[in-house]
Design a protein around this ligand. Structure first.
Ligand SMILES: Cc1cc2nc3c(=O)[nH]c(=O)nc-3n(C[C@H](O)[C@H](O)[C@H](O)COP(=O)(O)OP(=O)(O)OC[C@H]3O[C@@H](n4cnc5c(N)ncnc54)[C@H](O)[C@@H]3O)c2cc1C
Length: 249
């Protein structure tokens, strides 16, 4: 995964509307004059680093300088959908803890926010015989974007974990999709039980870090694999990012 660099331009958009797409997922739509400058890198896991300024954002001081002073906090999110005048980011609402989840749950139209990116590394390979998608809700935006991009000739299997059946969402796809919703705590066993098709597979597997660690072993035989932890239980994102370097699981 190529990380957006600190020197990357900062984009600023304005929230246009929000909608709860399930009880634990809020979609934030944003647009404005800054949208045209946000590049589309062609990846379906297009992600950005949202910038939060706990002490406020002083006028006339650039983000690189504020970052150097430790006055910027980032959170990583996928661009779920892009329309001509808006883009959408889907936020898991995991309670009143954290920064980005509660922000998205309460943000009002007219609010400006900034981010760097997008980065990205994955799109479904056109020459794969089948595609596998495995993840929890944090990966649904990237998985949804990938499913929407697949042609009618594609074969796809998705094993997706939800905290509650009400959090199952609808994905539009032309592909022949075998979609399996599984309850929390059963993602690894559900994948272990899969009988994968013959031929060359391409898998996209993202979610909670300890779960991903176990899935790495289960899916070691898949030809092409995009796999990483998107978050880590008990750690806010800055600690999680630091632990990836010092305490990888
Ligand atoms: C490339 C990439 C793309 C991502 N795309 C998305 C996306 O599109 N949508 C999305 O919702 N998330 C996405 N994530 C995950 C998101 O960055 C993390 O969940 C992030 O920690 C949320 O920030 P926060 O401020 O809400 O919580 P934090 O302040 O980071 O964490 C506070 C507490 O909440 C826990 N927590 C964090 N995330 C979750 C969760 N999903 N479920 C339950 N508990 C959690 C933490 O373990 C911690 O204990 C992505 C991550 C990566 C690396």
């Amino acid at each position: 995964m190529s990380a957006p660099q600190r020197t990357r331009p900062v984009h600023t958009l304005t929230v246009t509307r929000t909608e709860w797409i399930t009880p634990h997922m809020v979609r934030v739509w944003a647009g404005g004059p800054g949208l045209a400058a946000v590049p589309d890198n062609g990846f379906t896991d297009n992600y950005v680093k949202l910038l939060f300024f706990p002490e406020g954002r002083p006028e006339g001081v650039d983000v690189a300088e504020l970052r150097a002073q430790g006055k910027v906090v980032t959170r990583t999110y996928t661009i779920r959908r892009r329309e001509p005048s808006e883009l959408a980011i889907d936020f898991v609402y995991h309670g009143d803890v954290g920064l980005a989840g509660p922000w998205a749950a309460s943000v009002q139209p007219g609010t400006e926010f900034s981010f760097q990116g997008p980065g990205g590394a994955y799109s479904p390979a056109a020459d794969a015989d089948w595609h596998l998608f495995v993840g929890d809700a944090s990966a649904f935006p990237a998985i949804g974007a990938a499913l929407e991009s697949l042609p009618a000739t594609a074969v796809a299997i998705a094993v997706l974990e939800v905290q509650d059946p009400a959090d199952e969402q609808k994905f539009l796809t032309d592909a022949r999709l075998d979609l399996r919703w599984v309850p929390a705590g059963t993602l690894v066993s559900a994948v272990e039980e899969l009988e994968l098709p013959a031929g060359s597979g391409h898998a996209f597997v993202h979610g909670e870090t300890y779960v991903i660690r176990d899935l790495r072993k289960v899916l070691a035989g898949v030809d092409r694999l995009s796999i990483s932890g998107y978050w880590r239980r008990g750690m806010a994102e800055p600690e999680f990012q630091a632990a990836k370097r010092t305490d990888p699981v």
